[in-house]
Design a protein around this ligand. Structure first.
Ligand SMILES: [Zn+2]
Ligand SMILES: [Zn+2]
Ligand SMILES: [Zn+2]
Length: 328
């Protein structure tokens, strides 16, 4: 029997349909690398002469850079025109896409994955994202910053070199608005603090936990093996998080990706960092979503917005936990 579960963050129902599951290897495509164009050398490799200088840089012990943030050459958001909305007739509404669009080069090595990086390196990535998000947060007119990492062609990456993006915009996008509404709807202290308490208690959806971050497969998982990484310390903004919590989150991302890879092979994935909008007092608890790109959205999912997940999160957590135990 399938089961409906409510995602309290977004307010959407998901269908957990465990009996439809094949073995994971039956439905998992391997990650398709983004093919390198010999005429266009990788713009993120260290030996390339950067035509644009980095806005943030983190150096390793040898003085060479390990993480770099550079402006995106093809920004989705740019400039600082105020968010003036224009109505074109009774239906159509437009506004300038002001904002900032950065690229976070995760490592100098073209062929590495975050799953391979050290805990120290992972902490540098988180601190670079934090510094840049902090800078975006004080720009007048900008309201929200979305940090992501896409790996593999199916996940939307257009360059193979490991990188993330930071897009800051003059409005609060739908997904963030849904999650804010989820926090506001919750009849308790904090929705995600309550999730941490509940999972600490039951334990069977926790993949890994230390004293700073809990990594779990959420009860309402809409896709197989999705994970939610929660800092234990209640803080709305990633850019205000303590250094130790950021470093712990970096380690957790590395562990999450390594466990996914050892369970599923080299699959495409998305990381999504959710932080409260800038200058808000609204209740929120920053967190990271890890979503493996192993199932495709069909017409039903797109038409209804209802996801059908064939791997119950309890089974996914069990699988991922044993991968971590095996490699500990
Ligand atoms: Zn490269
Ligand atoms: Zn909280
Ligand atoms: Zn979220």
């Amino acid at each position: 029997m399938s089961q409906l579960r409510l995602d309290p963050l977004t307010g959407r129902w998901v269908v957990i349909a465990g009996e439809r599951a094949q073995r994971p290897s039956d439905f998992l495509p391997r990650r398709l690398p983004v093919e390198d164009d010999p005429l266009r050398p990788c713009p993120f490799c260290p030996d390339k002469d950067l035509s644009i200088s980095p806005v943030v840089e983190r150096l390793g012990p040898d003085g060479e850079w390990e993480v770099r943030v550079i402006p995106n050459l093809y920004p989705a958001f740019s400039g600082n025109d105020p968010m003036v909305v224009t109505h074109l007739g009774p239906v159509y509404t437009q506004a300038p896409a002001s904002g900032v669009h950065d690229v976070v080069v995760l490592a100098p090595d073209h062929n590495v994955s975050w799953a391979d990086l050290t805990h120290e390196h992972s902490a540098l990535i988180m601190s670079a994202i934090q510094e840049r998000m902090q800078e975006h947060s004080v720009i007048p007119g900008l309201r929200y910053s979305q940090a992501v990492v896409n790996s593999g062609r199916e996940a939307g990456a257009s360059i193979e070199h490991p990188h993330g993006q930071l897009l800051s915009m003059p409005f609060i996008p739908g997904e963030a608005a849904n999650e804010l509404a989820g926090f506001a709807r919750f009849q308790g202290n904090c929705l995600l603090c309550a999730v941490i308490d509940a999972e600490d208690e039951s334990g069977h959806r926790i993949v890994f936990a230390d004293d700073r971050v809990v990594m779990l497969c959420p009860f309402w998982s809409g896709t197989p093996y999705e994970m939610l990484l929660l800092p234990r310390s209640h803080e709305a903004h990633l850019h205000s998080a303590e250094e130790e919590d950021l470093a712990a989150m970096g380690r957790s991302v590395q562990r999450a990706l390594a466990s996914l890879r050892s369970r599923l092979g080299d699959v495409a994935y998305n990381l999504m960092f959710h932080s409260a909008p800038f200058r808000t007092k609204a209740d929120f608890h920053w967190h990271v979503h890890v979503v493996a790109k192993i199932s495709t959205r069909g017409g039903f999912e797109m038409g209804s917005g209802v996801l059908i997940n064939v791997v119950p999160p309890e089974r996914a957590a069990d699988d991922l936990r044993s991968e971590i135990a095996a490699h500990a």
